[in-house]
Write a protein that binds this ligand. Structure first.
Ligand SMILES: NC(=O)c1ccc[n+]([C@@H]2O[C@H](COP(=O)([O-])OP(=O)(O)OC[C@H]3O[C@@H](n4cnc5c(N)ncnc54)[C@H](O)[C@@H]3O)[C@@H](O)[C@H]2O)c1
Ligand SMILES: O=C(O)C(=O)C[C@@H](O)[C@H](O)[C@H](O)COP(=O)(O)O
Ligand SMILES: [Zn+2]
Length: 363
């Protein structure tokens, strides 16, 4: 095991993000946050066969008294539903989980969001430890305590803020991650540069090959810098009353695309990549930023192998209707996270529908 990096997330319920190779086998570290004796390990049908034994063995070695059940979701976004949530809380009931129980979420963002929501609701809130196994989950979804499931009407519409007790990002598991999922994670990495750190965008542009080749040092740096950005923002604004909304850059378009494709088209990172290009174009259309900035962002995302165009067959009006149920929308109208240049995101209220439709029609 290599030395782990640690990033602290402060606030009312502080926790640490540990990043390093081999963490899933470190039973003492994994068991440290465990207060009681009940553990529900939540995973999915791709990840559980690869890594559930490592986690179970590690926890049992450190805590032989533990009562541990495993709940496995079908892999993929389509499982992030109220029905999946119902099955997860039923598994907690079958375990006899008491209020000092802990849910361990072993998987990507789908597992993390659903398991976190089950932990948030079981007996009005038990501990959750995040064990992210995708790049996207390591850099984004395991941190910050947003938990949720999707509805046919929209993404993450039912959920809660419930910060994890701890996050262990074992970078060695990224070796088995499919290329498409690695690229999806890189979209959220690019997002941090786009919203808050133009220098990070330059660093990313200089490390495209190293990241796509999964070079350890480049991945560790990208994960640590991304987590540091997210930790700083969620520490200052845990409940998205202000600045945290900037983490939603690209998501108003992206979530509408995901829902319109019934969660069976672009994956989340891909939809966010398209969404960021559209948000940058909308900013240019509204005179906030230069067209050239949007074009540079599109080129960077495409060099990472990410899509930058709206998928064929989507109706712009149907997408705009979906955006009205976005969590940033208010009764007065559409709100978008845009930018006035790389590294400088901002929230734009009362964005005219015609401008959004124009951008969608030319995408
Ligand atoms: N809560 C948040 O703040 C937040 C932030 C970003 C995204 N999200 C949510 O996260 C979800 C997307 O997460 P994701 O991109 O991780 O998708 P995912 O959880 O669907 O994982 C992607 C695929 O990779 C597989 N996989 C995971 N780890 C693997 C590994 N190490 N080796 C082999 N296969 C592996 C999974 O089984 C799945 O098939 C979306 O639902 C999105 O809304 C939440
Ligand atoms: O942590 C946040 O805040 C984010 O917005 C991170 C996003 O990458 C993530 O996809 C989040 O789940 C979107 O939140 P939502 O409130 O728009 O559902
Ligand atoms: Zn996201």
């Amino acid at each position: 095991m290599t030395a782990a990096r640690h990033i602290e997330v402060g606030g009312d319920a502080p926790y640490a993000i540990a990043i390093g190779a081999g963490l899933l086998a470190d039973g003492d570290a994994l068991a440290a946050p465990l207060r009681g004796r009940h553990v529900l390990l939540v995973s999915d049908s791709h990840v559980a066969p690869l890594y559930a034994d490592v986690v179970r063995d590690a926890l049992r070695r450190a805590r032989p008294d533990v009562r541990l059940d495993t709940f496995v979701l079908p892999a993929g976004e389509a499982a992030k539903t109220l029905a999946g949530f119902g099955d997860a809380v039923a598994a907690l009931a079958a375990l006899g989980a008491t209020r000092d129980a802990c849910v361990y979420a072993l998987g990507g963002g789908v597992v993390g969001d659903l398991a976190g929501f089950a932990a948030a609701c079981w007996m009005r809130g038990i501990d959750c430890v995040q064990l992210p196994t995708t790049l996207l989950a390591m850099v984004d979804s395991s941190v910050g305590g947003k938990t949720a499931v999707d509805l046919p009407a929209g993404k993450n519409l039912v959920g809660a803020f419930h910060p994890p007790r701890a996050v262990f990002a074992d970078t060695s598991v990224l070796r088995t991650l499919p290329d498409r999922e690695l690229r999806a994670g890189l979209a959220e990495v690019v997002k941090y540069g786009a919203i808050a750190d133009a220098g990070f965008l330059d660093w990313l542009a200089g490390h495209i090959g190293a990241l796509l080749e999964r070079e350890d040092a480049a991945l560790a740096e990208a994960i640590a810098r991304s987590c540091a950005h997210k930790a700083a923002i969620v520490e200052r604004d845990p409940f998205e009353r202000g600045e945290r909304a900037l983490l939603n850059f690209g998501h108003t378009f992206g979530h509408a695309i995901e829902a319109e494709q019934a969660y069976d088209g672009l994956n989340h990172g891909e939809a966010v990549a398209v969404g960021m290009v559209l948000a940058a174009r909308l900013a240019a259309r509204l005179g906030l930023a230069a067209d050239a900035d949007a074009e540079a962002l599109r080129r960077l995302l495409e060099r990472f192998g990410l899509p930058a165009r709206l998928p064929h067959g989507l109706d712009p009006r149907a997408l705009v209707a979906r955006m009205r149920l976005d969590k940033k929308a208010v009764a007065g109208g559409l709100r978008f996270v845009l930018w006035d240049g790389p590294g400088r995101a901002c929230v734009a209220a009362d964005v005219p529908e015609d401008a959004v439709l124009d951008v969608l029609r030319t995408a």
